[in-house]
Design a protein around this ligand. Sequence first.
Ligand code: UDP
Length: 388
Amino acid sequence: MEIARKKIAVIFATRPDAIKLAPVIQELQKHDRFFSLCIITTAQHRELLDDVLSVFSIAPKYDLNVMGLRQTPSTLAVNILEKLDYVLAMEQPDMVIVQGDTATTFAASLAAFHRKIPIAHVEAGLRTNDKMQPFPEETYRRLTTHVADLHFSSTPTATKALLKEGISKRSIVCSGNTVIDALLKTIQPIYQFRTGPLNEVIGQNKKIVTVTTHRKENLGEPMLRICSALKEISVLHPEINFVFPVHLNPAVRETVFGMLHDLPNIILMEPLNYPDFIHLIAKSYAVITDSGGLQEEASALGKPVLLLRNVTERLEAIKYGTVKLVGTETKNIVSAAHRLLGTGKVYRSKATAIHLYGDGKASERIVGTLLKYFGFSKQRIKEFATHL
Ligand code: UDP
């Protein structure tokens, strides 16, 4: 007997969200007797997203391509809301899955809510408790919480934050973060880099520190201070190669290329494809970044992180000691980096691989919860599994 399948719309916009939803999409595809998929991307960052889609063989049915010049947060949100309303009206999914904290996450949740479609929010409950940092993401994530029906939190801390905001315990599942699923699926013991210049750097057998920075709060003055710090650190540590894949945001590129292009041990690169990037982290001695997801990946790979932010929504690794919040003042970054990179004792105390953010089974838990949510009994799932 055929089962009435449930249609799940998975909606995302950016490279990190595609990375984090890829394992969920793959897990839903394994259960295609129960679920049909409608993948929708709004492609807030076209080039970075396309690479991830091809790595994980994900083919969106709709590409709303909302990226435009001179968008304000409001015009972007309106644009996404309007286009998604139209797609949701046509597709009539049984559930919408969103991830994280982007304009798309919130606008898609609102569009689904208006059409009374249940919403599952992956990576729910992260909070800095400062509505301006990260801006506008902290507030988008918080608003999404209050229209979502199911909340997949990465850690007990995130679960507690949701409970504190009055979210019912029954609607929260602490699944772990799917970024760890993606990492463990992709990482290989022996790996050949696809990016030519990266092979050359690795071939030099010098210590590597990977650097990334792109946060909106860090554009302008903070990024100038970060680059000054990197300059000083590279002079203090000529024995280290600093590999810096530079984000495509023109404001980031202008500052970074302008200030760091002529230092012998700072290697500026184009953004790397995801498998190359995580294998670069695996080969790195440490990481200097303002990224969100990278804090989770680096912790799982045992790489100490100096975090170029004033606040973070990921407190676990800070408490554990593998991530250090250093802010964006030049002298603070330089002294923290010199301490970490200069003394083996400090380094060793921080370089422990620890799965604070998940065990690689988050997407199984998420899809298991959806099966239960739609009333597919264990017996029925087993029957179908034996027919596969
Ligand atoms: N990443 C990548 N190539 C790069 C830099 C980052 O594939 O050159 C991946 C990285 O593994 C992580 C995600 O992109 O999963 C982080 O993205 P980003 O720092 O842009 O966003 P955030 O996590 O801060 O939202």
